[in-house]
Structures are given as structure tokens and as C-alpha cells.
Design a protein around this ligand. Structure first.
Ligand code: GTP
Ligand code: MG
Length: 260
């Protein structure tokens, strides 16, 4: 199941939105560049669909081979013009189509929410091994969770989109995570944008969230182990103890900081 976050590319709508954006920098975009931008968004949309289809095919094959669907669901979205401009401004880059092409790798984004951690690693490995796409960058926040407890596997792929002018290798950011990691990340994201909380409450909630990340991981390890025992789907060799130890040490580091 793919959940569309925002609508697919609607070129006249993008054009309209671009024209009504109130960023001062947008005044620098020529009519030609706006057309180029709209065309570019269509290519990203194509790339996103290519990767989604590959993932759906893998999920179906798993169902046939192992009687197990590794993917619980997927979400996908294209960055809006507003958020693209915001990101270019934050990175102090010129607001041009070239900047987007050269520096922004998450214009097209897919979130793959898997049932178990084994699924995260098998699906990402089978996708990464496909000969027509390239892996541009991997950030494994599952093996190396962030300080706040965030876990997910981020991979940026370059996928060829075949246009009349030939293949255009286009980046797509894929975030692989389990249902539990997604559940956690949604609340943490909400907390991060809750700016009206007093600092002390924010710090307390952040600490609790870190504890929750650890508890969720514990639950996942146990459920994964039952699932491994009763299903024949591919398994990951990574030691659970190592990952738990890593999260535990993050907790101690944070507590240490709180006390100092
Ligand atoms: P930006 O895209 O500029 O953020 O830099 P990056 O691509 O180097 O970042 P990274 O790959 O680390 O993270 C990209 C995306 O992952 C973000 O846009 C979020 O969707 C998600 N993400 C990263 N860190 C966190 C986090 O701590 N909490 C939550 N909830 N999501 C995160
Ligand atoms: Mg990003």
C-alpha cells in the first residue's frame, strides 16, 4: 500500500504556486527557469514511481516465496516548491534549478515502513543490488542511532528515468524503518516542532523518548526472534546485543549531560 503524501505532479498547479510564492529570491527566477523547474519536478516524480514499483515487486515476491510481506506500507512525497526554497536558503545556495539538481537529494522521498528489522535490511539490500540503480549515500541510524534515539536506514539512490532525450539519473531518498521506529519518529518530530514548551519539559520529554527508543528496540528484538522462529523469510546476521549496547550507551551519555 502506498500512501501519497501530497498530490502527484500537477504541472499547472506547480506553475501557479511558483508564481504566488512570496520569497524575495523567486523574483530572480526567469520564466524559462520556472518551466525548467516544472519539467524537473516531473522527472523526480518519475524516479519516485520507478523506485516505488521496484519495492512493490519485491514485496509481492516475498509474499509468494516466503508467505510474508516485509513492507507494511509506504509513504511518498515530492518536496514542495516552498520547502525546496527554504532548504536552499538554509544552505545559502542560489535559488536556481541547477542548485536543486546539484545539492538537494531529497526532492523525491519514499518512506518504507517494514514489519521487522530483518525486513528493513533484506528489502534495502535487494533494492540496492539491482543493476539499473546506483547507491549514492547510506546513513544507517539503526546500527548507529542518533543521540536523540532516532533510528532508520536512509539510502539515496540514483535511478534512470527514460525521457525522450534519454536516461536521466535522478536521486530519490528512501527511509527504511520498522513500524516501531516510525511510531517513535512521528512523536519525536511532533515534539521538535512544539516550540512553546518550557525548556525543562522539553528536556524531560526528550529523555523519556530516549528511554522509549530503547524499550521499543527491546520489544522489536523479542518479536523479531519469535518471527524468525516461525517464518522462513531471510534473516539479518547483525547481533542484537551490539545494537542494544549502543542505544544503552547513548542513554548514559545523555543522562551524564543532564547532570553536568
Ligand atoms: P537534511 O535533508 O538537510 O535534513 O540533511 P540530511 O539529508 O543529511 O539528513 P538525514 O539523512 O540525516 O535526515 C533526513 C531526514 O530524516 C529528515 O528530513 C527527517 O525526515 C529524517 N530524520 C533525520 N533525523 C531525524 C530525527 O532525529 N528525528 C526524526 N523524527 N526524523 C529525523
Ligand atoms: Mg534529507
Amino acid at each position: 500500500m502506498i500512501l501519497e503524501r501530497g498530490s502527484a505532479v500537477n504541472t499547472s498547479e506547480i506553475r501557479q504556486r511558483l508564481e504566488t510564492l512570496d520569497s524575495q529570491h523567486l523574483a530572480n527566477l526567469s520564466a524559462g527557469e520556472m518551466v525548467e523547474f516544472v519539467d524537473l519536478m516531473q522527472v523526480y516524480e518519475g524516479a519516485m514511481r520507478e523506485i516505488s514499483t521496484k519495492l512493490e515487486v519485491l514485496d509481492t515476491e516475498f509474499q509468494v516465496q516466503f508467505s510474508h510481506n516485509p513492507i507494511h506500507h509506504m509513504e511518498r512525497r515530492l518536496k514542495t516548491a516552498n520547502s525546496l526554497i527554504g532548504k536552499l536558503e538554509r544552505k545559502e545556495l542560489p535559488i536556481t534549478v541547477e542548485s536543486v539538481k546539484d545539492h538537494i537529494f531529497d526532492v523525491a522521498g519514499i518512506r518504507v515502513i517494514c514489519n521487522y528489522r530483518d525486513d528493513v535490511y533484506s528489502v534495502s539490500r535487494y533494492l540496492s543490488d539491482q543493476s539499473d540503480i546506483q547507491v549514492l549515500r547510506v546513513k544507517d541510524y539503526i546500527r548507529n542511532p542518533k543521540q536523540n534515539g532516532y533510528r532508520s536506514l536512509h539510502i539515496i539512490y540514483a535511478v534512470p528515468v527514460f525521457l525522450t532525450s534519454g536516461p536521466h539519473y535522478t536521486p530519490v531518498e528512501v527511509q527504511f524503518r520498522t513500524i516501531a521506529m516510525d511510531y517513535w519518529a512521528s512523536l519525536e518530530h511532533q515534539l521538535r516542532y512544539k516550540s512553546d514548551l518550557p525548556d525543562a519539559r522539553l528536556a524531560e520529554h526528550s529523555q523519556t523518548l530516549l528511554d522509549c527508543a530503547r524499550s521499543l528496540q527491546n520489544v522489536e528484538v523479542q518479536m523479531q526472534s519469535i518471527h524468525r522462529d516461525i517464518s522462513g523469510s531471510p534473516q539479518e546476521q547483525e547481533s542484537d546485543d551490539e545494537m542494544l549496547e549502543h542505544l544503552r550507551s547513548l542513554g548514559e551519555e545523555q543522562r551524564g549531560k543532564g547532570n553536568s
